[in-house]
Design a protein around this ligand. Structure first.
Ligand code: PHE
Length: 337
């Protein structure tokens, strides 16, 4: 039996050396040291041995068993290392990892959808700097240094001439400086104002700006474009209205409201019982602005509009607190597929 034990040891060594996966290892473990394994069978056969032989063979078998157990444990560790990549070994029998798919941020969804709607109406997309010159953010938009309109956009200045843009309207000027009419652009991005945080204000937010300049553009063109946009983004049954509104770079200027989708304009708590929700500022481009970029104001007219992307998202998805957009709570974010 001693010879047999020696053979078994040799055979085990070879098989252990060539195995590569956990299931193979499990199989060999059962075969050799399992309850009905080879060693167990040999232990049973010991009853046939003489009294003189028994203790020696018993000792050898016990030693064999512990040696095999040690070797198996060692091999297990080695395989685990391989899986973690240290030896470039991958156990393809292991179940794969699940990758969870991210979702689009609601503001990003609105920006994308808005851009697509305006692309469909023949506008192109332009991008501009978030750190802006005072000249583009205010001066060229008919807001000189001492103009009170600067107060409502209390700003983050970097130097007296450079600030974080408070609106996307500077892109009107930058675009017109670079091309001659006809112009049809939208520009979306971050804006910054020194506002206190509450459920409708954050110091950083997103705006979407639109500008069209051409011969014979009138307020009805503006109204048509905005009506189409509102129907596409909020639904076909929505209507809009223009109220007079003041922005130094448009004349006439307007605030645009869309009918409340919850009460169909009848009035409810969501729209402050007015039936309307304010969504943007708009108007015909002020001749001063056109003159500043050298456009012929006798020949060309234009319209412009600007809206807050968070506000549009809040209205579309029925969100009552702007802070939710920036808290990165996964329970909130994963609701937008
Ligand atoms: N820029 C204006 C604002 O931030 C909105 C606006 C854009 C108004 C274009 C008129 C025309 O309030």
């Amino acid at each position: 039996m001693e010879k047999e034990i020696k053979n078994l040891r040799e055979q085990f060594k070879k098989r252990l050396a060539s195995l590569e996966t956990r299931p193979e290892l499990q199989k060999i473990e059962n075969e050799y040291i399992g309850r009905k394994g080879l060693i167990a069978q040999m232990l049973k056969r010991m009853s046939l041995l003489s009294a003189a032989e028994k203790p020696k063979v018993g000792q050898l078998l016990n030693k064999l068993k512990t040696d095999l157990q040690d070797a198996l444990a060692e091999k297990k560790k080695e395989l685990a290392k391989g899986i973690s990549g240290e030896q470039g070994y991958i156990d393809i029998t292991l179940p794969g990892q699940n990758f969870s798919r991210g979702t689009m941020h609601p503001v990003e969804l609105i920006l994308k959808e808005t851009k697509n709607i305006f692309l469909g109406m023949g506008f192109s997309i332009v991008d501009g700097p978030e750190i802006e010159l005072d000249y583009y953010n205010f001066e060229a938009l008919n807001i000189p240094k001492d103009h009170p309109a600067r107060d409502v956009q209390d700003s983050f200045y970097i130097t007296p001439d450079i600030l974080l843009r408070t609106q996307t309207s500077p892109m009107q000027v930058r675009t017109m400086e670079n091309q001659s009419p006809p112009v049809r652009i939208v520009s979306a991005g971050k804006c910054f104002r020194r506002d206190s945080i509450d459920n409708t204000h954050t110091p950083m937010f997103h705006q979407i700006e639109g500008l069209a300049v051409d011969v014979d553009l009138s307020l009805s063109d503006l109204k048509g474009v905005i009506t189409e946009f509102c129907k596409q983004i909020f639904g076909k049954d929505r209507i809009i209205r223009f109220r007079p509104g003041y922005f130094p770079f448009v004349e006439p200027g307007a605030e645009v409201d869309v009918s409340c989708g919850l009460c169909q304009g009848k009035g409810c708590s969501s729209c402050g019982y007015s039936g309307w929700l304010e969504i943007m500022g708009a108007g015909m481009v002020h001749p001063h602005v056109l003159e500043m970029v050298g456009y012929d104001t006798e020949k060309y007219t234009g319209f412009a509009f600007g809206m807050g992307a968070e506000r549009i998202a809040m209205l579309k998805y029925d969100i009552n607190d702007i802070r939710l957009f920036f808290e990165n709570d996964i329970r909130f974010l994963t609701q937008f597929k």
